[in-house]
Design a protein around this ligand. Structure first.
Ligand code: PMP
Length: 421
């Protein structure tokens, strides 16, 4: 066999077998009920669920379901094409207007998923100079902003090291120079900006970090962006609907004006209980994205029933602040108690509360033993987090009751003993 290289398919299969046999393969349970409730039906019995993104309980809200059902009746299942062809439907526009109003930006553009928003928008921004020269040549416009002086087209993206995979992939697709800055390290970001030789700069950061639950220093980033004439994009998938006095997200929570952040990205999958993503900002920037973001142009939008249901969910989130208050109270209580047991929660400040385990195999064991006790709480590990930093990622919602959280705490205390965590 020496010198004979096995085929790619054989290598893929053999690696899959290896991971499966190691016990590390994610054998996610098949759930036979809605996963939007804190109690779900798995393997013929009830389990407590501590990883649902239905943070405000809106996925299963009667008014949300009724609105979606009405829209399903009226518009049918799919959208029938992309927004730029047949499917620029009134419910899509209504959702864009509603979310823009909710977060306090001029306009918004919706995508079929938050992931699609990030991988579409980040590379689209980098196309401005190319499209500008195209416009000059084909439309004969000499008066485009900066067109006579701005000859360089170079961009540099400054990307937070713990950004969500969708931001990372958006950055990769942009094919521009990239500098990764250390987690929440504004000294590092300042230095990188000062050393940049590129004329156009974009800073990209999560608002609430998805695997750690901590919050980015957005005021400092906004100042740096201003000082260095950089654009700033915040992925607030976990902040919008949850943080701030009115639930408008991390910016509101930290007292940052929406004027100081060029693009605020978010998803409808979490606080609003549906699916889909958006980016909000100044109208002309959003209009530019409609002609440059490939995941908007070349892909079908959200199903109309979802767009209508999510619009209803935003209304309820706005008028019922008790939902986010209860989710955050639950998180505060769980974090305090689990830390008292000696678990490390990685600086979590919001509804995402990780407990660091470290070793991947041990983390898989914790998930498995929790399942035995009737609790579904998956672990996050490489590549979602760094190797050796595996963790159980708990998400607290407004639907969890104190007794359910206490039972989880009891099980975690036992596991700490048995597994010497
Ligand atoms: N950004 C962040 C920070 C996320 O956590 C997620 C989803 N986990 C996304 C973007 C992608 O959102 P979606 O699930 O709507 O594709």
């Amino acid at each position: 066999m020496d010198g004979i290289v096995s085929s790619p398919a054989a290598r893929i299969k053999s690696l899959t077998r290896l991971v499966q046999n190691s016990g590390l393969y994610p054998n996610n349970p098949i759930v036979n009920s809605a996963t939007t409730e804190p109690v779900i039906w798995v393997d013929g019995r009830d389990h407590l669920l501590f990883c649902s993104n239905n943070l405000l309980g809106l996925s299963n809200h009667p008014d949300v379901k009724a609105t979606a059902q009405k829209a399903l009746e009226r518009y049918g299942l799919g959208s029938g094409g992309s927004r730029q062809m047949a499917a620029n439907i009134d419910v899509h526009r209504a959702l864009e207007n509603r979310i823009a109003e909710f977060v306090g930006q001029e306009d918004a553009i919706c995508f079929a998923a938050g992931y699609m928003a990030n991988v579409g928008v980040i590379p689209a921004l980098m196309k401005v100079d190319f499209l500008q020269s195209l416009a000059r040549t084909h439309l004969g416009h000499k008066d485009l902003h900066g067109a006579e002086t701005e000859t360089a087209t170079g961009w540099e993206i400054f990307s937070e090291e713990l950004n969500h995979a969708s931001c990372v992939d958006g950055v990769r697709l942009a094919q521009s120079k990239v500098t990764k800055f250390a987690h929440k390290d504004m000294g590092h970001l300042t230095e990188a900006l000062e050393h940049s030789d590129q004329p156009s700069k974009l800073i990209v950061s999560d608002g609430v970090f998805s695997m750690d639950g901590d919050i980015a220093p957005i005021p400092e980033m906004a100042k740096l962006a201003r000082d260095h004439h950089a654009m700033l994009m915040i992925d607030d998938a976990h902040g919008v609907g949850m943080l701030g006095d009115y639930g408008r997200g991390s910016l509101e929570h930290l007292g940052v004006s929406t004027k100081d952040v060029d693009l605020q990205m978010g998803t409808f999958t979490k606080a609003f209980g549906g699916v889909g993503g958006y980016v909000s900002g100044d109208r002309e920037i959003i209009d530019f994205l409609r002609i440059s973001a490939r995941t908007y142009i070349f892909s079908a939008p959200l199903p109309p029933a979802i767009a209508a249901g999510v619009t209803e969910a935003i209304d309820i989130a706005e008028r019922e602040p008790w939902r986010r208050e209860k989710a955050l109270e639950n998180a505060f209580y769980f974090r305090r108690e689990v830390e008292a047991q000696g678990y490390e929660t990685l600086g979590s400040e919001a509804h995402i509360v990780p407990t660091l385990i470290g070793d991947e195999i041990k983390a898989a064991e914790v998930t498995r033993l929790l399942r035995h006790r009737g609790i579904v709480a998956p672990h996050a590990r490489y590549p979602a987090v760094a190797l050796g930093r595996a963790r159980i990622r708990f998400v607290m919602t407004c639907q969890h009751e104190r007794a359910q959280i206490d039972f989880l705490l009891e099980c975690l205390a036992e596991l700490r003993e048995t597994l010497a965590l």
